[in-house]
Design a protein around this ligand. Structure first.
Ligand code: S3P
Length: 167
């Protein structure tokens, strides 16, 4: 089995679900946001603020390519990872991409307190709904499998585990 790469919007539960499924299946768990923060020695808002989004995306791609070569496991990706064709190629070459699909209404509820998501604090006021709509097609194009991300974490984990068993 290769990696299971969880892709999709911020707030879709990739980190929580990925960590839970990895632990149940005794697999390594990776999280591209955590890898970037560890390597930079700074939080994501600090990286956006001090180095800019471009530098964050460069570090994120590095986290993807490094993780692609690591032992097979479950990978939670930041919401921007699957928008980059190079990242998508690296993910697909090393496993299966799984879109955790959640609609903008559910995301809005979950991200009410989104203090740690720089994109939602954008002064241009690009809202969550607009970001979700903009990205929907690219996420689907990047996905080998789509799982419904609505409902309880337990229910979504079960759906992701079913993909694991088939991969
Ligand atoms: C981003 C999502 C965040 C984080 C950064 C940018 C995005 O990760 O990488 O704030 O572009 O959607 P999560 O999807 O884990 O929130």
């Amino acid at each position: 089995m290769g990696h299971l790469w969880l892709i999709g919007m911020m707030g879709s539960g990739k980190t929580t679900i990925g960590a839970a499924v990895a632990s149940r299946r005794s697999l390594p768990f990776y999280d591209t946001d955590m890898i970037v923060e560890r390597d930079a020695g700074a939080s994501i808002p600090e990286i956006f603020e001090n180095l800019g989004e471009g530098e964050f995306r460069r570090m994120e791609s590095l986290a993807v390519s490094t993780t692609a070569r690591a032992p097979a496991g479950i990978v939670a990706t930041g919401g921007g990872v699957a928008l980059d064709p190079g990242n998508v190629a690296a993910m697909r070459a090393s496993g299966t991409t799984v879109l955790v699909d959640v609609d903008a209404g559910v995301l809005t509820e979950r991200l009410r307190d989104a203090g740690d998501r720089p994109l939602l604090a954008d002064p241009r006021g690009i809202g969550l709904r607009a970001i979700t709509a903009d990205r929907a097609e690219l996420y689907r194009a990047a996905a080998d499998v789509v799982v419904d991300g609505a409902g309880s974490i337990e229910a979504v984990c079960e759906r992701v585990e079913a993909v694991c068993r088939r991969s």
